[in-house]
Design a protein. Structure first.
Length: 192
């Protein structure tokens, strides 16, 4: 089985987190992609986030209708940052014999050499690189045989803008965020 792993804050999850991954599923032939909402992202140490469990719930609500898109609570701990290499080691042990693929944006791919133990990441998983609006394709320190670029359509939605709208009590434009996610954010006043 080809399993993709896709981590992020998902604060909140929106179409830009879903549509490119669905395209990656098709282009890379992935059987499943597991979303990993992170409790405390190492690259955003001072940013205030919605509670980890709320971001997990919103991710589940957004993906419930997509058979190949799953959610894991593996990285939810807010006590300390979780590093990608440790997550990959966990899933390699949990799914022995399956092929792991790390799904990342082009912006993250460009910075891969700064990640903790990035050489080990390249040993544990193939990389599936999503195009990101405004980010040029930059080569990273990864062998071409371990990298597949996805020719996904750009999605002009950002979590920052979604949070700004929700904080003002406004619903994002139709199609930006799954409606159950918006309802959940309003119900629990996550951004107000």
């Amino acid at each position: 089985m080809k399993i993709g792993l896709f981590g992020g804050s998902f604060d909140p999850i929106h179409r830009g987190h879903i549509q490119p991954v669905l395209e990656a599923v098709e282009q890379a032939g992935l059987d499943r992609v597991i979303y990993l909402p992170t409790g405390r992202p190492p690259h955003k140490p001072n940013r205030r986030l919605a509670p980890a469990l709320a971001r997990y719930a919103m991710t589940e609500l957004a993906l419930v209708r997509h058979d190949r898109l799953w959610v894991s609570a593996h990285e939810l701990s807010e006590a300390a940052p979780t590093y990608t290499v440790d997550t990959l080691r966990h899933f390699a042990a949990a799914y022995p014999g399956d092929e792991l693929h790390l799904v990342i944006g082009a912006d993250s791919f460009a910075e891969l050499s700064t990640w903790v133990r990035f050489e080990e990441i390249l040993e544990l998983a193939r990389l599936v690189v999503l195009a990101r609006p405004g980010v040029a394709a930059i080569a990273a320190a990864a062998p071409a045989a371990r990298v597949q670029r996805v020719d996904n359509r750009p999605v002009e939605v950002s979590s920052t803008e979604v949070r700004r709208l929700l904080a003002r009590g406004e619903r994002p434009p139709a199609g930006w965020v799954p409606e159950p996610v918006v309802d959940f954010a309003f119900k629990y006043r996550l951004y107000q």
